[in-house]
Design a protein around this ligand. Structure first.
Ligand code: PBG
Length: 309
C-alpha cells in the first residue's frame, strides 16, 4: 500500500506508525510504502496561514494524489483536514489519540500566569491568540510559525517569551519534555487535536479495509465525528478562534466547545453528552447542537467567519 503523507518530521512519524500497524493488522500480508508530498502549507513559512488561501493547505496535494491513484491512502493530522473530504474519499481509520492538550514552551517561565506584564507570546493561531488574550489581555501576540526546532530557536533569539505547541506532536517526536502541558480547563485545544486520520478512495480493497478497521479506535473515531461536526456547523477553519474537545465520562462522551472573539474579550461555551453507543449521525447532531447554542447565545456577535481577512 502506498501511503501518502507530508514530509515533515511529525507527518513521517505518523505515517510510519500507520504503515507498521497495517503490517501487524494484516498479519504481514500488507506492507506500507511511504510516499512524501510537499503541500502548499509547507511552502509558507512567514505569512500567517489565514492570509494564504484558506482550507486544505496541508491536504490539497495529498487529496489530488489519492484521487489520481498515485497513492492508496493518505495519513493526516486530523486537525488540518477540512470538514468535507473530496468526492470518492472516506476515512478508514482513526488510530489511538495522542495527548490532546496544548503545551506551553518558554525558556524562562513555566506557565502563562507567570509571564510578566506585556510579555510576548508567539503564535500564528487565531484560537491560541484569542484564548491567550482572554486570560491575559496585557500580553503581546507576535506571529510565529515553523517546526519545533524553528520555534525553539525563535524563543532563544528572544522573538517571543513563550509559545504553544500541541503536546501530541511533541510527544510523537519524543520531545514532550520541552513543554509544560496546559490543562483542558485552562486552554481547550483545536477540534481533533492529537487525532490522526487515514483516508482512502472508496474503491479500497476489502483486505486493506479490514486491516485499517482493526487499527481504528472507537474513542478517536467518536471524538473525530463530534468535534468536526461542531467545527463544520460553525463554518470553522483556521480563520476562526474555535476550540473543542471530547471527554470520557464512563457511559457517555462529553463534548465541550467554545468560540472566542478575536480579541479574547468575549467567549461562548457549550457542552453536552451522548451515549457511547450513539451512531455517527447522533454524534454529529450533538456537535451541531452545541454550535447552534453558541450562535444563539452570541446573537450575531460571533466573529464574521471567513470575511474578516
Ligand atoms: N496546525 C499544525 C499542526 N497540525 C497538527 C499539529 C500537532 C499534532 C496534532 O495536534 O495532532 C500541529 C502543530 C501544533 O498545533 O502544535
Amino acid at each position: 500500500m502506498r501511503i501518502g503523507t507530508r514530509g515533515s518530521p511529525l507527518a513521517l512519524v505518523q505515517a510510519r506508525q500507520v504503515a507498521a500497524a497495517l503490517e501487524i493488522h494484516s498479519g504481514g500480508a500488507l506492507r506500507g510504502e511511504i510516499v512524501t508530498f510537499t503541500t502548499s502549507g509547507d511552502q509558507l513559512t512567514t505569512e500567517r496561514l489565514i492570509n494564504s488561501g484558506g482550507k486544505g493547505l496541508f491536504t490539497r496535494e495529498l487529496d489530488a494524489a489519492l484521487s489520481r491513484g498515485e497513492v492508496d491512502v493518505t495519513v493526516h493530522s486530523l486537525k488540518d483536514v477540512p470538514s468535507v473530504l473530496p468526492d470518492g474519499q472516506h476515512f478508514v481509520a482513526f488510530p489511538e489519540r495522542e495527548d490532546a492538550r496544548e503545551g506551553f514552551l518558554s525558556s524562562k517561565y513555566s506557565s502563562l500566569a507567570e509571564l510578566p506584564e506585556g510579555a510576548k507570546v508567539g503564535t500564528a493561531s487565531l484560537r491560541r491568540e484569542a484564548q491567550t488574550l482572554a486570560r491575559r489581555p496585557d500580553l503581546e501576540i507576535v506571529t510565529f510559525r515553523g517546526n519545533v526546532a524553528t520555534r525553539m530557536r525563535k524563543l532563544e533569539e528572544g522573538l517571543a517569551d513563550a509559545t504553544y505547541l500541541a503536546m501530541a506532536g511533541l510527544t510523537r517526536l519524543g520531545m514532550s519534555h520541552v513543554a509544560n502541558p496546559i490543562s483542558f480547563e485552562e486552554m481547550l485545544p483545536a477540534a481533533a487535536q492529537g487525532i490522526v486520520g487515514v483516508v482512502a478512495r472508496d474503491d479500497l480493497p476489502e483486505d486493506a479495509a479490514v486491516a485499517f478497521d482493526k487499527m481504528n479506535y472507537k474513542q478517536s473515531e467518536a471524538a473525530a465525528y463530534m468535534e468536526r461536526a461542531f467545527l463544520a456547523a460553525l463554518d470553522g477553519s483556521c480563520r476562526t478562534p474555535i476550540a473543542a474537545h471530547t471527554f470520557d465520562r464512563g457511559e457517555e462522551w462529553l463534548l465541550s466547545g467554545e468560540v472566542l472573539a478575536l480579541d479574547g474579550k468575549e467567549k461562548w461555551s457549550a457542552s453536552g453528552s451522548c451515549l457511547k453507543s450513539a451512531t455517527h449521525e447522533q454524534m454529529a447532531a450533538l456537535g451541531a447542537d452545541l454550535a447552534a447554542q453558541i450562535r444563539e447565545a452570541a446573537g450575531g456577535r460571533l466573529p464574521a467567519f471567513g470575511e474578516t481577512w
